[in-house]
Design a protein around this ligand. Structure first.
Ligand code: HEC
Length: 148
């Protein structure tokens, strides 16, 4: 009896999270396809990148984002909003132009929109915040989902 309850509980919790966008199931594979070439393990850390931006830009390398922790740093802290500013399609940017990483989301507009929607669902619609750390409030932070 106890066993059955345990199993049912497990099944229930699996279905409950089945439609939740997670790093492991959704973002990591997309990142490998679209971002890894320039933000992978041979890319510099954010600190190294910041010290030598021009050099790395010429090598077509951005800061390393090759793990959950390294990617989340560009969502919440310390590089608050960077991922959203770069990936937004222009709907939420100040100049209404897409962020310069938007084009990397896909080869055509349909694919870019589909993959942007995935990133948005992962970060959370209410947490899709394009500002800097000093402009962010706790309510916005609490809306960031970024499930691992
Ligand atoms: C062709 C290489 C390339 C690809 C592919 C690429 N990026 Fe970049 N990315 C760069 C370079 C180079 C920079 C640094 C120059 C700049 O700021 O534009 C950068 C900068 C960034 C930044 C800003 C980092 C900071 O310092 O604040 C973010 C966020 C980012 N990329 C996210 C992504 C994501 C997410 C993807 C996949 C959808 C992606 N990039 C795909 C080359 C790339």
């Amino acid at each position: 009896m106890r066993m059955r309850f345990g199993l049912l509980g497990l099944i229930a919790s699996c279905t409950a999270s089945a439609d939740e966008v997670t790093y492991r199931n959704d973002i990591r594979p997309l990142w490998q396809q679209k971002c890894m070439a320039c933000h992978g393990e041979n890319a510099p850390s954010l600190a190294e990148f910041d010290e030598n931006k021009e050099k790395y830009k010429q090598m077509s390398l951005g800061p390393r984002m090759d793990s959950y922790a390294n990617l989340v740093a560009f969502v919440g802290w310390p590089d608050t909003g960077a991922l959203m500013r770069r990936l937004d399609d222009g709907t939420n940017t100040k100049d209404h132009k897409p962020g310069n990483m938007y084009e990397n989301l896909g080869t055509d507009e349909a694919e870019r929109q589909k993959n942007l929607a995935l990133f948005k669902a992962w970060v959370g619609e209410g947490g899709w915040f394009l500002g800097k750390l000093k402009e962010m409030d706790k309510a916005t932070l609490m809306k960031m989902k970024v499930a691992e």
